[in-house]
Design a protein around this ligand. Sequence first.
Ligand SMILES: Nc1ncnc2c1ncn2[C@@H]1O[C@H](COP(=O)(O)OP(=O)(O)OP(=O)(O)O)[C@@H](O)[C@H]1O
Length: 274
Amino acid sequence: MNTPAPEPKIALRDVSKTFQVGGEDFVALKDVTLDIADNEFVTVVGPSGCGKSTMMNTLAGLEEPSGGMVLVDGEEVRGPGPERGVIFQQYALFPWLTVRQNVEFGMKTARVPKAERRERAEHFIRLVGLERFADALPKTLSGGMKQRCAIARAYTMNPSILLMDEPFGALDALTRVNLQEQLLETWSQDRRTVMFITHDVDEAVFLATRVIVMAARPGRVVDVIEVDLPYPRTEDMRLSPQFGEIRRRVWHSVYHQESDRPAATPASTEREAI
Ligand SMILES: Nc1ncnc2c1ncn2[C@@H]1O[C@H](COP(=O)(O)OP(=O)(O)OP(=O)(O)O)[C@@H](O)[C@H]1O
């Protein structure tokens, strides 16, 4: 007897999104259908304006699809929910609150008792390596530290899904690599389902179990590339022929979607960011 396939953690069914721009319809997403399994780590790449954030926002419940359906655990998404943690490129920390207070904020709103709040905050502050800065204000932190604070804040709500929209986009290369490794380490411990948008093909391949490639006009999914590399991923792996081959395939896929746009045609497929 065949065992039925497990229900996807996230399912997008013919999801479309149309915006009104200057009195005309603009199709930002067209008929996106995608299944993401529990504990998967998918990255999303594609040229600017292809609808990556719009897709993630429908999943976060921040945008309502114009057509189709977004399901989480088989239930239709009708707004934001605590099982979906969202992390944006801009850290969105409250400047007047310390790291600890920022990390505790969501739990306070959710009326988590004080002692438990404190304990959970301490745990995640330690996890992201900010224990020495728990009483610091955001303005005294570097970009990487602010992003780690935002990540700790998202983790405290214990979301089963993490939605990350270019979370490391504003950071320097070294901080970025450190945060990629830290993110994978925590993911391998608690195995959340992650959707992570990036413009960096290297980052997309390094992190993912699958890379989703999107194209613009209209925004749609054009390719899904499996990353058949074992975890833990190491720095050496980035130099391996297998990594290079997957990276080349992702590039090829993105480049072919973009090649009808002369101004954006890269001189070389070795370009790092889309
Ligand atoms: N609220 C809105 N009103 C009108 N148009 C919008 C709105 N939000 C997004 N768009 C348009 O929809 C398209 C997709 O935007 P989206 O931000 O999802 O793309 P993206 O792939 O995330 O881009 P980037 O990589 O530059 O962040 C863009 O052309 C954008 O201008």
